[in-house]
Design a protein. Structure first.
Length: 184
């Protein structure tokens, strides 16, 4: 399990996610394996990772933050088991893989206004964009946290549901890079 977390608006959410996401992934993976999910092991890895993101986000608002902390966090997580690689991400943290010839491939798409599919997802559920920002507040449309002060509800259109990328590692793969938007 490898991950990069990028907090915004304070440290509360990013600290919480850093502490809880790996534990929640392990817990969800055990549950998935106990159900003896039919299909490939990578399916179980992806299911557990997706559930861990959801669980961690839900926990982050239930008594774990002060009432004045409306911070959030983008994240990219990679699970490597044997040759199976599963990546989950929210926000603008990225995963890039390169091969032995030095060619790189972006494995994630930023969850921002500039991602047409993401822009349409937000608008279809009642969110809006103003000056390339979600509800004129956030630069990303998927993140942990970012709960409104008074209602403790997420900003309209914001989701912590990660996008998942799966592949099998081959002898041609050389490097996997996980980084926050500040790196790019």
């Amino acid at each position: 399990f490898f991950a990069v977390f990028d907090g915004h608006g304070g440290e509360g959410t990013v600290d919480f996610v850093q502490d809880h996401l790996p534990k929640n992934f392990a817990k969800e993976l055990r549950k998935c394996l106990n159900r003896k999910l039919r299909g490939r092991f990578s399916t179980c890895l992806a299911t557990a990772l997706k559930q861990a993101f959801k669980l961690t986000d839900n926990q982050s608002v239930q008594g774990t933050k002060t009432c004045m902390d409306s911070s959030g966090a983008a994240a990219v997580a990679a699970v490597l088991c044997g040759r199976e690689l599963v990546i989950a991400h929210v926000g603008d943290c990225r995963a890039v893989m390169s091969d032995k010839q030095g060619k790189s491939k972006l494995l994630t798409k930023d969850h921002t206004y500039y991602n047409i599919e993401e822009r349409e997802r937000v608008e279809s559920i009642g969110g809006s964009w103003e000056h390339s920002r979600l509800n004129s507040i956030l630069g990303v449309s998927r993140a942990f946290g970012d709960f409104c002060f008074q209602t403790r509800a997420k900003v309209a259109g914001l989701s912590a549901e990660p996008e998942i990328f799966q592949t099998s590692i081959t002898d041609e793969h050389e490097l996997l890079l996980l980084a926050s938007d500040g790196f790019w």
